[in-house]
Design a protein around this ligand. Structure first.
Ligand code: GAR
Length: 204
């Protein structure tokens, strides 16, 4: 069965959704860059080994990333899952996990890369918003899409209400994507992302 390492920085609700929905035992480790991440408690409750690697203990991004790679590779993962991991990763890290590194982002990529996505969708007057799972490449929030989910933006919405709705969509699509990958159904090639024998559309 496939081996998944999940990287977190915070609440870990996406980690929880993955733990709840994919085959038991496939998440082999959780790594956090913050000692106070609630996701570490979730890992403990699920009986999954976890590790804290504080970026503040490293002089530069690359040395932190090298320590991360070393920690991650101890677990020999087939897939590395960024689940609210709030550090930008170096090209070295991204290349090392090329084709086996997922991220989830709270917008309908290619819209709203970066931070404050919910407020930006509201400010733009968008009629819909959502979230995206993608393979990670060197372009921040720019890698090939795996799956997206959408919700309409209501006139009553503020950033908090939108965030809450998008978060529950994340909890549906992230476990799906991880499950597809673990089942050997997803592949990243030069042509794009394949699900079974279908080449997926390049963007939403
Ligand atoms: C999620 O909404 C995720 O999309 C976002 O952080 C949240 C983590 O929640 N990620 C990013 O903004 C990445 N740039 P969680 O810790 O409860 O899973």
């Amino acid at each position: 069965s496939a081996r998944v390492v999940v990287l977190i920085s915070g609440s870990g609700s996406n980690l929880q959704a993955i733990l709840d929905k994919i085959e038991a035992g496939q998440v082999v480790a959780v790594i956090s860059n913050r000692a106070d991440a609630f996701g570490l408690k979730r890992a403990e409750l699920a009986g999954i080994p976890s590790q804290i690697l504080d970026h503040k203990g490293f002089s530069d991004r690359l040395s932190f990333d090298q320590a991360m790679m070393q920690a991650i590779d101890t677990y020999q993962p087939d897939l590395v899952v960024l689940a609210g991991f709030m550090r930008i990763l170096s090209p070295e890290f991204v290349q090392h996990y090329s084709g086996r590194l997922f991220n989830i982002h709270p917008s309908l990529l290619p819209l709203y890369k970066g931070m404050h996505t919910h407020q930006r969708a509201l400010d733009a007057g968008d009629l819909e918003h959502g979230c995206s799972v993608h393979f990670v490449t060197e372009e921040l929030d720019g890698g090939p899409l795996v799956i997206q989910a959408k919700t309409p933006i209501l006139t009553s919405d503020d950033a908090a209400s939108l965030q809450e709705r998008v978060h529950s969509l994340e909890h549906i699509i992230y476990p799906l994507a991880v499950d597809w990958f673990c089942a050997g159904r997803l592949r990243l090639t030069a042509e794009g992302v394949w699900l079974d024998d279908q080449l997926l559309p390049a963007s939403g």
